[in-house]
Design a protein around this ligand. Structure first.
Ligand SMILES: Cc1cc2nc3c(=O)[nH]c(=O)nc-3n(C[C@H](O)[C@H](O)[C@H](O)COP(=O)(O)OP(=O)(O)OC[C@H]3O[C@@H](n4cnc5c(N)ncnc54)[C@H](O)[C@@H]3O)c2cc1C
Length: 353
């Protein structure tokens, strides 16, 4: 989101610099499941997800974009009711979602379980390869001549009469404005200028299998939101669903937890029984930031005119390119095309999905 904002601000004529504590795109944006699914987006964020999806589509092959269509499954009547309620709301919010009979699903995806009682379909759903995010943005940033510093963790920020002095080791950078787009590290980062925002970091798990014969053609999800699954062209299956590992952003990478990983894989196997014969090659975690109401932070930080924050976007991989273009416009002093999300709002406890 930081890179996307810098691109927009730079295109608008602003002199920008990107500072990242790691290699570019190695935070959540580089380790996520890559699902670009309208069916797992929150209703209020749907217009942003639709625009973000279009931007990924334009990036195309460079990010390994695929529009496969996607099915969300229900295995019993309770899940079918949940699916119906959730997808109806998402459809009303603009997503191209319809309900399909188990017979049609069986015809399109013959390797899925026979026990499916209801399913929804969105032809726009698909995926991209998140490990290409950093590479893609580095290329665009280089083309525009934007300065960037990698492996440069910001450890101190001094407020000056003209803006900010940003310190990292021997480096001292003077800026007029600053945007905090630090993902799971946001709480720690804004504390450097004395701000406190209730940002939590979820520790989401993703797994990848060995190459397997074709088991599915579309992105597969579950009514509860606890499963996402897609088979890449090379035959590997990527399995996610937000199952939690352990760890804190301040401690480095999180860790996979068996008690959480196993039910995630069991749910995947329940949906696609032939997965039972396919081995998992690797499981990993990444930090996904959120605030209690699970809506984004996008706007001015505190009462400052020249400090901004962008993060905590549910489905932030899908929405990221678009919301960061809005943020870029805002920093340029233009009216964004869609509303931002006031970081100083009172946070009510919200729902994850
Ligand atoms: C495992 C996982 C699976 C997910 N799956 C999906 C999915 O399938 N579909 C979807 O739409 N969304 C998904 N998400 C959500 C999505 O990945 C995130 O919402 C989005 O990538 C967040 O982008 P960001 O730029 O805010 O944060 P990040 O990508 O984490 O970037 C933050 C950057 O800030 C840098 N930074 C932090 N602190 C400092 C500092 N002090 N100094 C300098 N640099 C600093 C970090 O190095 C990092 O590069 C998933 C998230 C995770 C973790």
């Amino acid at each position: 989101m930081g890179c996307g904002t810098a691109l927009r601000a730079s295109e608008g004529g602003m002199n920008t610099i990107i500072i990242d504590q790691s290699d570019m795109g190695q935070g959540a944006s580089g380790v996520n499941a890559g699902t670009l699914s309208m069916q797992i987006k929150r209703v209020k964020l749907m217009p942003y997800a639709i625009k973000g999806h279009d931007m990924w589509q334009k990036m195309g092959q460079e990010v390994d974009f695929h529009k496969t269509g996607g099915y969300t499954l229900a295995f019993n009547d309770r899940e079918a009711d949940l699916l119906h309620d959730r997808m109806t709301m998402k459809k009303e919010a603009g997503a191209n979602i319809s309900f399909v009979s188990p017979a049609i699903l069986q015809e399109k995806e013959p390797s899925l379980a026979q026990k499916i009682v209801a399913a929804s379909y969105c032809p726009d759903d698909g995926y991209a390869n998140s490990s290409l995010t950093g590479q893609y943005y580095r290329k665009r940033i280089t083309q525009l001549g934007i300065n960037y510093m990698e492996n440069t963790k910001i450890t101190q920020i001094n407020e000056t009469s003209t803006g900010y002095e940003i310190l990292s080791g021997e480096n001292r950078i003077q800026t007029k404005r600053i945007l905090f787009a630090c993902g799971g590290w946001l709480k720690e980062a804004v504390s450097l200028i004395g701000e406190d925002i209730p940002v939590n970091a979820r520790v989401n798990t993703v797994s990848v299998t060995e190459r397997a014969p074709r088991l599915m053609n579309s992105v597969i999800g579950h009514a509860t939101g606890l499963l996402t699954m897609k088979q890449k062209n090379n035959g590997t299956v990527l399995i996610g669903g937000g199952w939690q590992g352990i760890g804190k952003p301040s401690e480095g990478r999180g860790k996979v937890v068996m008690d959480s990983l196993i039910p995630n894989l069991q749910l995947a196997k329940f949906a696609a029984p032939k997965l039972a014969k396919v081995r998992i090659v690797r499981s990993w975690t990444g930090f996904e930031a959120n605030v209690p109401d699970f809506y984004p932070l996008a706007g001015k930080l505190g009462k400052r005119d020249n400090a901004f924050i962008l993060g905590c976007v549910r489905g932030g991989y899908t929405i990221g390119p678009y919301i960061s273009s809005l943020m870029g416009d805002y920093i340029l002093g233009k009216e964004p095309e869609m509303p931002l999300f006031d970081p100083s709002r009172k946070f009510e406890q919200g729902k994850l999905i």
